[in-house]
Design a protein around this ligand. Structure first.
Ligand code: G6P
Length: 611
């Protein structure tokens, strides 16, 4: 949700900034802009993708060794050139980029307007700029101190970066609720909302925490607290590499990430899952597993696709470990004054580790004295650092806005957690544990088999590319997969789709069925198979077009359904790891065939750092 980059050093800043913005574009792509200091402060900003900005810069080069850049996901004010960041001081002396929301911007704007300040944009960010100006004008403070004082009057969230014409050797950044990382080079520094724009220059980074402000010069940097106390910050090593954040020959990141799943799942199990007792060791939860195993309730909070993974986790943990689980939208959890008894545990799931609502859920639970455990993909992310303990997915960076490999890695980690808890609680016999482990270890190879059949899924997508509505139905652990299939299609193809538990069809969705309605059924040959087949019969009787995803042997389904996608057999609880792959591929191919921008679907952002 908005990407920020900054550079100070001896390279041409414009090159580093455009490169960085391109890598951060998955965080927002409504407009992009840069400000570069070189004797004067020059700002260039354009509605649309980073490409539009870089074309503009190519025709009219901006030189300078210090600068900031921004790619926007619009919140306040429509995406246009004027609302694009950076925003500049009235006298043009400094420029600022911002990620987050200034929640009290209306009252601040009113006050500043009454004082005579004028505004040319509809953004909350410009209010922050005028506020900094006002502090400077009234106090004569240095820019760094004025920023700190202005920020103390702001409610809401921010990650900001500022450069000034008055000091060509200074880059200032501050954060509260919106991530910022400083990459440390040799006499040069790189600022980024995440590691993507930094990784090709350096692996050494410093993570800024909430309330911290950093002043960076070519000779070094200092991080200050809100109370102006200088901090000693730890330097961390990034673990991702450049290759992982590039497309590697695929047309889209989403396709690359779908195809990577055999490897990413393997990585989520490496060193954790064993053929012999103790079968599972999740190192990050090792010290807290006894507390977790004795929890009388586990509440899992997440958003979007991670919420769907949580739902699969609910089935797995309840079935294998017999601990009651509730799954909550993080955004709802925080605002409903949740009742958390002493023995409850909260688990949050987030690919990015930066989702504002999920982070707020962490804080809500912690404020009630409840331990919070995290399942995150991004190492060093805010949620990973704020939770009491946790597990990384090790799925590698996910760039495509529609989450794919993170979902399967999340389900893989949840499956391992369920087995680890089961073992500790003596729910399953050794033989049963061995059997589940065997099935989980086989999943990467089985996913590869599904991926090898991608061509036949493309043919199905070709047939239904013009459909305006889709229904997705599944039962048990495949109900969340139906939700995920529908979400994927909505996200990247802009096709209306709904996911339902198959048996709920008769309570409403069946009214929608006609010959124009494709219905995707997940009909695994498990305990609910016969019931799902009855639902398929009901759809067929009403002329609906059925696409069935199944592991059942060739037979009845093949005569009943228009299309059957066969996937390998695994144990019932782990079927989502296989059944979700055709869902991902159907939506990917339909989006491509409809000419949609797969990796950057309209109105969405990868990392939702505002409420
Ligand atoms: C956004 C993304 C989704 C993601 C959701 C939660 O909506 O577009 O792909 O599932 O945020 O993100 P998280 O990083 O917390 O898993």
């Amino acid at each position: 949700m908005c990407g920020i980059v900054g550079y100070i050093g001896e390279r041409e800043a414009a090159d580093v900034l455009i490169n960085g913005l391109t890598r951060l574009e998955y965080r927002g792509y409504d407009s992009a802009g840069v400000a570069i200091v070189n004797g004067s402060l020059e700002v260039r900003k354009k509605k649309g993708k980073v490409k539009t900005l870089s074309n503009d810069l190519a025709g009219n080069v901006l030189r300078g060794k210090l600068g900031i850049g921004h790619t926007r996901w619009a919140t306040h004010g429509p995406p246009n050139d004027i609302n694009a960041h950076p925003h500049t001081a009235s006298d043009g002396s400094f420029a600022l980029v911002h990620n987050g929301i200034i929640e009290n911007y209306t009252s601040l704007k009113e006050r500043l307007t009454n004082q005579g300040y004028t505004f040319s944009t509809q953004t909350d960010t410009e209010v922050l700029v005028r506020l900094i100006e006002d502090v400077r004008n009234s106090t004569g403070l240095s820019l760094g101190k004025a920023i700190r004082q202005a920020l103390s009057q702001v409610q809401g969230t921010y990650g900001i970066a500022v450069v000034s014409n008055d000091d060509p050797d200074m880059l200032i950044a501050a954060r509260k609720g919106s991530p910022l990382i400083l990459g440390i080079g040799d006499g040069e520094y790189f600022l980024g909302s995440d590691a993507a724009p930094i990784i090709e220059y350096t692996r050494k980074v410093v993570y800024l925490n909430d309330g911290e402000l950093i002043i960076v010069r070519r000779s070094g940097f200092t991080v200050y607290t809100v109370d102006n106390i200088a901090l000693d910050k730890a330097i961390h090593e990034l673990e991702w590499d450049l290759e992982q954040i590039e497309k590697g020959g695929y047309d889209h990141f989403m396709l690359k990430e779908i195809m990577e799943q055999p490897a990413s799942i393997q990585n989520a199990m490496r060193g954790r899952l064993f053929k012999k007792a103790p079968y599972v060791v999740l190192g990050g939860l090792f010290d807290v597993i006894d507390k977790l195993k004795d929890a009388d309730r586990i509440i899992i909070c997440a958003c979007g696709t991670s919420w769907h993974a949580a739902l699969v986790g609910e089935y797995m943990i309840e079935a294998l470990a017999r601990i009651p689980v509730e799954v909550e939208y993080a955004s709802e959890f925080r605002y409903r004054n949740p009742i958390l008894r002493k023995n409850a545990a909260v688990l949050v799931i987030s690919q990015s580790g930066e989702t504002a609502d999920t982070l707020a859920a962490v804080k809500e639970a912690q404020s009630q004295g409840i331990p919070v455990y995290g399942i995150c993909n991004t190492v060093g992310s805010t949620i990973a650092r704020e939770t009491d303990a946790g597990v990384y997915l090790h799925a590698g960076p996910e760039i495509g806005v529609a989450s794919t490999k993170a979902f399967t890695a999340q389900v893989t980690v949840l499956a391992q957690l369920a087995l680890m808890l089961s073992n500790r609680r003596n729910v399953l016999t050794d033989k049963e544990l061995k059997n589940y482990t065997k099935h989980l270890l086989a999943i990467p190879g089985q996913i590869q088999q599904v991926l090898d059949g991608a061509e036949s899924i493309l043919k199905i997508a070709e047939i239904y590319r013009y459909a305006n509505n889709f229904l997705y139905l599944g039962r048990g652990p495949n109900f969340p997969v139906a939700l995920e299939g529908a979400l994927k299609l909505k996200e990247i193809s802009y096709v209306h789709a709904e996911g339902y538990p198959a048996a709920e069809m008769k309570h409403g969705p069946i009214a929608l069925i006609d010959r124009f309605m494709p219905v995707v059924f997940i009909a695994m040959n498990d305990s609910s198979y016969d019931k799902v087949v009855s639902n398929i019969e009901e759809v067929v009787a009403r002329d609906g077009n059925v696409i069935a995803v199944t592991d059942a042997p060739v037979g009845h389904l093949d005569t009943l359904c228009q299309h059957v996608i066969r996937i390998p057999t695994t144990t019932e609880l782990f079927t989502p790891l296989l059944s979700v792959i055709p869902m991902q591929l159907i939506s990917y191919y339909i989006a491509v065939l409809r000419g949609c921008h797969v990796d950057q679907p309209r109105n969405l952002a990868k990392s939702v750092t505002v409420e």
